[in-house]
Design a protein around this ligand. Structure first.
Ligand code: GNR
Ligand code: NI
Length: 167
C-alpha cells in the first residue's frame, strides 16, 4: 500500500483529459487500492486518478460514514435520471474551499469493476454528486469551473500564495 500525492489547483496537470482503461489488470487494481488508502487518509469521499497525476479513467468513491464501502469504477459513465440540486462541494485538489455547485440528484451509472466486469446502478444524493465530481476530474474539470470567475480567481490566488509559502 502507498499514499499518493494529490495535485492541487491551479496545477495544469489537473486539466489533462484521462484516457480510457483498456485492460483491468493487477497494476490497475494496485493503483485503485493505493487511491482508496489515499482517499481515506485525506480524508475524502472520492478520488479520481487525475488527482494523483495518473491520466486514466479510474475513480474510487466511498460515501459511507464508516469508510468501509469503497467502490472502484473503471471507465465510469452516467446518464441523468433525476433533477438539479445544489450542494456545497469541496475537493481535495482545492483544499479549504467549499462552494455551492448545481448537479443532478440521480444518475444511472455504468462502469467496469476491479475484475473488469460491467456494472450498472442508480446513484442518488451524495453518491450521485460525488460520481459526477469525479468524472469531471477525468475530463480535466474542477468544481471551481462552475463558480464565477471572480470567486475562481480569488481561490486560485490564495492557493498559489499558499503553495509558494510551502516551497
Ligand atoms: O471529499 C470530497 N468531498 C466532496 C464533498 C462534496 C462534493 C464532492 C466531494 S468530492 C471530495 C473528494 C474529491 O476531491 N474528489 O475528487
Ligand atoms: Ni475533487
Amino acid at each position: 500500500m502507498a499514499l499518493l500525492e494529490i495535485l492541487e489547483y491551479p496545477d495544469p496537470r489537473l486539466r489533462t483529459v484521462a484516457r480510457r482503461v483498456e485492460k483491468v489488470d493487477d497494476e490497475l487494481r494496485q493503483l485503485a487500492q493505493d487511491m482508496i488508502e489515499t482517499m481515506y487518509e485525506a480524508p475524502g469521499i472520492g478520488l479520481a486518478a487525475s488527482q494523483i497525476n495518473v491520466h486514466r479513467r479510474l475513480i474510487v468513491v466511498d460515501v459511507s460514514e464508516e469508510q468501509n464501502e469503497p467502490h472502484i469504477l473503471v471507465n465510469p459513465e452516467y446518464e441523468v435520471t433525476g433533477a438539479l440540486m445544489e450542494y456545497q462541494e469541496g475537493c481535495l485538489s482545492v483544499p479549504g474551499y467549499y462552494e455551492k455547485v448545481t448537479r443532478f440528484d440521480k444518475i444511472q451509472v455504468s462502469a467496469l469493476n476491479e475484475q473488469g466486469e460491467a456494472l450498472a446502478f442508480e446513484a442518488t444524493d451524495l453518491l450521485a454528486i460525488c460520481i459526477q465530481h469525479e468524472i469531471d476530474h477525468l475530463d480535466g474539470k474542477l468544481f471551481v469551473d462552475y463558480l464565477s470567475s471572480l470567486k475562481r480567481t480569488r481561490i486560485k490566488k490564495k492557493l498559489e500564495k499558499q503553495h509558494k509559502l510551502e516551497q
